[in-house]
Design a protein around this ligand. Sequence first.
Ligand SMILES: CC(C)(COP(=O)(O)OP(=O)(O)OC[C@H]1O[C@@H](n2cnc3c(N)ncnc32)[C@H](O)[C@@H]1OP(=O)(O)O)[C@@H](O)C(=O)NCCC(=O)NCCS
Length: 168
Amino acid sequence: MATVKIEALGKLHEIANFDCGSAALNQWLKTTARQHQKNNTSKTFVLVEEQSPTVPQGFMTMAIRNLTPSGDLPAAMAKKLPANVAGYTLARLAVSVHAQKRGYGERLLFEAMERVCLASRLVGGFAMFVDAKDGAADSCKKYGFVELPSKPDVLVLPIASMPGFPDR
Ligand SMILES: CC(C)(COP(=O)(O)OP(=O)(O)OC[C@H]1O[C@@H](n2cnc3c(N)ncnc32)[C@H](O)[C@@H]1OP(=O)(O)O)[C@@H](O)C(=O)NCCC(=O)NCCS
């Protein structure tokens, strides 16, 4: 695998030709991600290879998410939670068609999980959600995410059950 790094989307990144095979995700990166970055409504991180550090091969977008446990979570997970709960969401995840099946999608997902663990240690937050567009839900299940009963395209994993999250 090439040496890669994941960093915040910035001005230097050339995104005009990014193509992950999903028109909606391409469009979102090109037209909306920077705007959201600026006003802090979501944060987008790009994966770049060492040999072309300004050309993203993948990206993921994270944001805060609120939910109502009784209506949104699997019953067992909702036990003993307050009426409204704060969490985080991996709102978008995409890898360039030329760079898929190299583990980059997994690298971006793990980066998102590390970031929510860190944020949760600092300020709390119950769970991480994934908006699994274009039928990607099954891929997330192998990492422990489970479908929301009311929305099968949205998956959830309590942060306390993520590997590496301390018991305190
Ligand atoms: C979904 C998506 C992000 C996955 O990205 P990716 O970089 O191809 O993901 P990975 O390489 O980490 O894993 C993809 C598969 O390749 C396999 N893989 C990873 N590295 C591999 C390698 N070196 N050789 C062979 N297979 C490999 C993984 O096991 C995985 O298999 P699975 O689909 O059975 O789980 C990408 O296909 C994409 O951008 N699709 C279009 C947009 C989209 O659907 N986004 C999802 C929104 S949630």
